[in-house]
Design a protein around this ligand. Structure first.
Ligand SMILES: [Zn+2]
Length: 285
């Protein structure tokens, strides 16, 4: 069994896990996960993600508003998100982006909320997790402009974020990577009809790849029809390794190291995301 995996995108704070959230986290550990990033989609789910990250040493939180929920944001909820983004357990601003497939919020509202959260991430110097579905033509220029304003990196040299559940082709993947983003390969790469995603997973340099389940959505092939959960991540890593002609361990270790670097933690089960004061306390005589 692989011993080092990191799920860069899950939503285990959602109600689908209300009956077995603790067991889900245990199964993830048993499956070799050293951590997972739990993403908010609105204020309430961002707060739940932070609560989980506070309680569990290998859970990291992202706070943000999903494009589906953009229509429900007002100034007060944007202020609240800005406050949450400062929380030391929040490693990432997300998930944010544009979704012109389901169109649950008007496009102009999605774009406004996206840009305000990109600015927020810049202010707090944290990376972003981006969602783009049938919207890359609109999304790319905003991301490119923000990348340019940021100088292509966070102030501490880290990459600017991750393109989650990437659904574009290899050329677009390269362009996002060049802007300073990781490309996250979702476990749908295991489907027989994975299409362009197979080429993206096979051809992009390993040092820009992350892997994710997007739990509870989109289980890998062996679990189609079930609720997805982080413990199923290894199937995707095995498939990516096959596509690349590399050892599973190498894909697992590198994508895990990439995720920990993005989050600004050094690795292992203990997060180094405490406020500066906590670190000082520890090193005091
Ligand atoms: Zn998501």
């Amino acid at each position: 069994m692989t011993t080092l995996l990191f799920d860069s995108h899950s939503h285990i704070q959602m109600s689908q896990f209300d009956d077995d959230r603790d067991a889900t986290i245990r199964r993830a550990r048993d499956a070799g996960l050293v951590g997972q990033l739990v993403l908010g989609t609105d204020v309430a789910s961002s707060i739940s993600a932070i609560e989980l990250a506070t309680a569990e040493p290998d859970v990291y939180a992202a706070a943000g508003c999903h494009p589906h929920d953009a229509k429900d944001m007002d100034e007060a909820s944007l202020d609240k998100l800005a406050q949450l983004a400062e929380d030391p357990h929040v490693a990432v601003v997300g998930e944010i982006g544009l979704d012109f497939y389901r169109n649950l919020s008007p496009h102009d509202v999605q774009i406004d909320i996206l840009n305000r959260q990109l600015e927020l991430a810049g202010r707090v110097s944290k990376p972003v997790a981006l969602h783009g579905r049938e919207a890359h033509q609109a999304l790319f220029p905003f991301v490119e402009a923000w990348s340019r304003r940021m100088g292509g990196r966070l102030p501490d040299g880290r990459r600017l974020g991750v393109m989650h559940y990437f659904d574009g082709d290899l050329e677009l993947g390269r362009r996002y990577a060049d802007l300073g983003f990781f490309i996250s390969i979702h476990c749908s790469v295991t489907y027989p009809n994975a299409g362009a995603l197979s080429e993206v997973a096979a051809e992009l340099p390993l040092d820009v790849l992350l892997v994710e389940t997007d739990s509870p959505y989109g289980p890998p092939q062996a679990h189609r029809g079930e609720r997805n959960e982080p413990a199923y991540l290894e199937e995707a890593v095995v498939k990516i390794a096959q596509l690349r002609g590399e050892k599973t361990e190498r894909v697992a270790e590198t994508t895990t190291a990439n995720a920990l670097r993005l989050l600004g933690v050094t690795g292992g089960a203990q997060p180094a995301l405490e406020p500066a004061g906590a670190a000082e306390e520890r090193s005091a005589p």
